[in-house]
Design a protein around this ligand. Structure first.
Ligand code: WTA
Length: 644
């Protein structure tokens, strides 16, 4: 699959938690007897107030799954209180600010204090078990406090990425009827300020049910203040009790909602529950990162994405680890920032996204080599396929051929890692996510929906429930069934394609649906299209991805103006602004191509396959165009493409 050599398990990982000696037997048990396997794991990784009655029961066609039914636990107790006897003074969170001179350490004792106080503030605003709380925050420790404070009292959090626009924020607040928003005055990224509170104010104009907005002063900027609604975080926390009894939750009580994009319609509120999710996050953190007590773990994701939920907050803290929260960006103040931070905080395990690696690779080795990185033991990658060139650079230059790389494939819907190497057990093939995690029963299906045996390429599906499985789409269970359990009855459909090589390694090839992955951010083509056609000069739009050196995929928009409109650069600029306004800066189109018409079948369906090929400039392989209503449309699109 790749001309790059296989990297054997290094000597230094021979004593890892998982080695070639125990992986196969553990994996086999996890598939053949999940109840025994996960029952033992749940005892080992989690603290329960009351044991469960049944480890697992599920029904894929109905989109139902329940893990540890009847079991009682509290997530904040698992992530904080139970570590206090031994680790009260150990750093739970190391925060590195946008400015390199800005950092903070929060011990487990301090975490307990901050979380309980905020939980009491939420209670004082009437928040109870089951209520929804929206968190729209920069990457500051208070973002984690907010999540954990919700879990303390059994409220369901919905974290919305701080890069989303007021419009996108409003949609998410309304969809899950949140009654409180926790935010900051401003965010700070790469020296630039982000007007979070102003965005919230705009969003809340259309959200009458939000009665409280708790505001952390990050930059101290002047912000508009609504006396009855807005609450100053530090004042309210200081006044609140530093103890808050933990609400005892059922294993299947909702823990959080996280919106993610699909191929159609508005983003879906992926709902995760308490016991199974936490176990998946905690066990994968321990085994895949081979975490050792006292080590410093750094995941560079944003808490607005699932990676931040599972591997900045819940997985590490449930293990009593030290987790980093980084406010800034990889290239500020200079492209050596990641490596300087690794030295500064003596990071042992570093987990980032291929898009960041490609951007840093492009500026050369010098900023890396100026640093020591001697603390690093293990590297990780997540969010999109990592090309073997970026993998090799990460391995040789960043990790000095000493640190294994775990390329972890998973999704918002899976809660935790699903395909990944184990650093002590898996010889690494650059670009392959390799083998399934415990309890993950994978299959590849062909076009007819039949399972492929041995080596081959197909649609990646999952045959049986796993603990971190999505439980529902908030407010729309039918959508869960339609999206994940209907395409191939009896399976969970991932939306990804993959190949399996002759050694059984999986290689993810990317989405097979209309979902883009732009710099590791998931985005539905339909969302960008809806934004574009809001413009009154636009009749129609079709959006596809195209290969982009740094972002992985770029956003390519074919746009048909209304009759009589002469399109020009000013209109392009307006369309770009519209996407940013409707979704956020991550949805900025890379290319807008004017399209007098779009290729459609006689029944009016846009043929995206052809648009994708034109965007990729693969004009020789357009495939069958005979079903097009108007084949000339393609000729004119190609001519226009060539002029770019
Ligand atoms: C893609 C992020 C290849 C994939 C955790 C998946 C990957 C989507 C990898 C989920 C990887 C994630 N190799 N592709 N290691 N990790 N993906 O929900 O297409 O933001 O379906 O979850 O990202 O994105 P999401």
């Amino acid at each position: 699959m790749s001309e790059f050599p296989v990297h054997p398990v290094p000597e230094s990982f021979k004593g890892a938690h998982i080695t070639a000696d125990n992986y196969a037997a553990m994996y086999r048990e996890s598939i053949e007897d999940p109840a025994t396997f996960w029952g033992e794991m749940a005892t080992r990784f989690l603290h329960w107030h009351q044991p469960w009655n049944e480890v697992v029961s599920y029904d894929f066609p109905k989109g139902e799954a329940a893990w540890f039914s009847g079991g009682k636990l509290n997530v904040s107790v698992n992530c904080i209180d139970r570590h206090l006897p031994e680790k009260a003074q150990q750093p739970a969170i190391i925060w590195e600010g946008d400015d390199p001179t800005d950092s903070r350490i929060i011990t487990y004792a301090e975490l307990k204090d901050a979380v309980c106080r905020l939980a009491n503030v939420l209670k004082s605003r009437g928040i109870q078990r089951g209520d929804r709380v929206c968190i729209y925050m920069p990457m500051i420790p208070e973002a984690a406090f907010a999540m954990l404070a919700c879990t303390r009292i059994g409220a369901i959090h919905s974290v919305v990425f701080g890069g989303f626009s007021p419009e996108a924020l409003k949609d998410r607040i309304l969809d899950s009827s949140c009654s409180v928003v926790i935010t900051a005055d401003e965010g700070l990224r790469g020296g630039k300020r982000v007007a979070l509170k102003r965005n919230v104010d705009k969003a809340l104009d259309a959200c009458p049910d939000v009665h409280s907005c708790i505001v952390v002063a990050r930059t101290g900027a002047e912000v508009d203040w609504h006396d009855t609604r807005d609450v100053d975080y530090s004042q309210a926390s200081a006044a609140a009790d530093s103890d808050c009894e933990a609400e005892v939750m059922d294993a299947e009580d909702p823990l959080f909602i996280l919106y993610t994009s699909g191929s159609t319609g508005k983003p879906k509120g992926v709902l995760h529950t308490t016991g199974g999710y936490l176990l998946h996050a905690a066990s994968s953190f321990h085994y895949v990162f081979d975490y050792r007590d006292g080590e410093v773990f750094w995941c560079t994701a944003d808490v607005g994405w699932v990676t931040g939920h599972s591997y900045i907050v819940y997985g590490p803290l449930c293990n009593g680890a030290t987790t980093m929260i980084f406010e800034g960006v990889p290239t500020y103040p200079d492209p050596g920032r990641f490596w300087q931070v690794i030295d500064k905080h003596q990071v042992n395990i570093f987990y980032t996204a291929p898009t960041a690696l490609r951007a840093l690779h492009a500026v050369g080795d010098e900023p890396v080599k100026r640093t020591s990185r001697s603390s690093l033991r293990l590297l990780g990658s997540v969010g999109e396929p990592i090309n073997p060139e970026a993998w090799e650079w990460y391995y040789r230059v960043v990790g000095e051929s000493r640190c294994p790389i775990v390329d972890t494939w998973w999704q918002t819907e899976t809660g935790g890692m699903m395909i990944t190497p184990f650093p002590g057990a898996t010889p690494l093939k650059p670009g392959s996510a390799s083998f399934p995690f415990f309890g993950v029963d994978l299959a590849l299906l062909n076009e007819e929906g039949a399972e492929i045996e041995g080596a081959g390429a197909g649609y990646l599906v999952i045959r049986a429930s796993w603990p971190g499985q999505i439980r529902t789409v908030y407010g729309d269970h039918q959508r869960l069934i339609d999206t994940y359990f209907s395409t191939y009855p009896g399976y969970y459909f991932t939306g990804d394609g993959a190949t399996r090589d002759e050694d059984g390694y999986y290689w993810i090839t990317g989405r097979v649906d209309d979902v883009l992955n732009v710099s590791g951010h998931r985005m539905g083509t339909a969302e960008v299209e809806s934004a574009l056609v809001l413009h009154d000069k636009i009749a129609e739009a079709a959006v596809v991805g195209f290969p982009h050196d740094i972002k992985g995929q770029g956003i390519y928009c074919y746009v048909t103006p209304m009759q009589g409109v002469t399109p020009d650069d000013a209109l392009k600029a307006e369309l770009i602004a519209l996407c940013v306004e409707e979704i956020g800066p991550i949805a900025k189109p890379d290319i807008i191509q004017w399209a007098p018409g779009l290729p459609k079948t006689r029944s009016g369906k846009i043929m995206r396959r052809i648009l994708r090929k034109i965007a990729e400039n693969e004009l020789d392989s357009l495939g069958d165009t005979s079903t097009l209503a108007d084949p000339e449309v393609v000729e004119s699109l190609i001519a226009e493409r060539q002029s770019h």
